[in-house]
Design a protein around this ligand. Structure first.
Ligand code: SF4
Length: 366
């Protein structure tokens, strides 16, 4: 069986009480039966607090109660989990024990990844010198994967590698690279739609498409509206999007172009950072096409997310003519938490992006 993970995966260490945020906030953590049974044997010092911290959600599942600020009732003053602190990591529920790690299994292929919603992961992703995937074969027999046509997965795999390779070709601007990935996904989608999956593994010539002449500034305002219309976890996310939209609306086209040039000159790492995040998104979302045959909508979501994040960085920088790594981490975590982790939000954005043709997405001028 093949196992893959991004090269920074093994460098992850939870920041614990030193974390600038916490994953013990906002999310309804549904507890598995094994954990609930384990809680019956909790030490006396913890048992009462545990009982008082459990509640039932609208689906009837048992989960941790959140306080008025959205913090988990088991979170201590020093930012640590009382269960982990007093009883040990092995007593965490499945969700808390795994986060921010997650594993996708595709029969013969297992891919481990780290969620960008964790600030330490965002730091690792942004700071990586390049996005590299490590692969190992454990020589164990492949598991059957009966529901997925093998040629679909193979075709997706071949072309995702091409997309990641294209994203590393820094002689072109990130926008040209993203547009080529978009155009490849569009061509692949027309094959997927015919269900002739065997054609996905045959050589394909992808031609670069004409850039849209529409205003990128106006397009990103519509993206801000779309993302702000989703169900928020924290009010700060739609506020940030609205602030970005308003700032772009205030600018003339000429002022916008000159702001982009000044930002790019003063924050030279922006392109490497955004490339890493785009590749993280390609790695994480591309193969989900096996579930619904929708590759192009995912590629359009990734391209739109790259554009949105660029403009959130730009507007943040514009406020004080400074963009720190912590600023970028905050923006990336918020994006991931509000979009990637909220299934309905992700579906809504991917659906909306499916209506964008590859030539209708305008990118900033190179
Ligand atoms: S968000 Fe990440 S670094 Fe912070 S407490 Fe959770 S796992 Fe640790």
């Amino acid at each position: 069986m093949i196992h893959r993970q991004p090269s920074y995966y093994s460098n992850f260490r939870c920041l614990g009480g030193a974390c600038p945020d916490t994953c013990c906030r906002d999310w309804d953590i549904v507890l598995d039966q094994k954990t609930l049974a384990d809680y019956q044997t909790a030490p006396a010092s913890l048992a009462q607090q545990l009982q008082a911290s459990l509640t039932t959600d609208e689906d009837g599942d048992t989960c941790f109660r959140l306080d008025d600020r959205g913090f988990c009732a088991m979170l201590t003053e020093d930012g640590l989990c009382a269960i982990q602190k007093e009883w040990g990591e092995s007593h965490l529920c499945e969700h808390c024990g795994a986060y921010p790690r997650f594993v996708e299994e595709y029969g013969s292929l297992t891919e481990a990844s780290l969620a960008l919603s964790c600030p330490e992961v965002a730091r690792l992703v942004l700071n990586a010198p390049s996005f590299q995937v490590i692969q190992e074969d454990d020589d164990q027999p492949d598991l059957p994967f009966p529901d997925i046509p093998p040629q679909l997965l193979e075709g997706l795999d071949i072309h995702r590698q091409k997309a990641l390779t294209r994203m590393e070709q820094e002689q072109c601007s990130i926008w040209e690279r993203i547009q080529d990935v978009l155009s490849m996904a569009h061509a692949l989608q027309s094959i997927i739609d015919t269900l002739e999956y065997s054609l996905l593994t045959e050589p394909m010539v992808i031609t670069s498409l004409q850039q849209s002449s529409a205003s990128c500034r106006t397009f990103v305002q519509s993206l801000c509206r779309l993302f702000a219309s989703l169900e928020p976890l924290r009010a700060s996310w739609p506020q940030r999007l609205e602030q970005c939209r308003q700032r772009l609306e205030q600018l003339t086209e000429e002022e916008y172009q000159s702001l982009c040039r000044a930002f790019e000159a003063q924050v030279p790492k922006w392109q490497r950072h955004l490339t890493n995040v785009t590749e993280y998104l390609i790695f994480r979302h591309w193969h989900k096409t096996v579930n619904d045959d929708q590759l192009y909508p995912r590629a359009a979501f990734i391209a739109s997310s790259g554009l949105l994040l660029y403009h959130l960085f730009l507007v943040q920088w514009d406020q004080s003519r400074n963009l720190t790594l912590d600023d970028e981490i905050t923006i990336c975590c918020a994006f991931s938490r509000e979009v990637e982790h909220m299934e309905e939000n992700l579906e809504t954005v991917i659906d909306a992006c499916s209506t964008l043709s590859p030539t209708s997405i305008p990118f900033p001028n190179p």
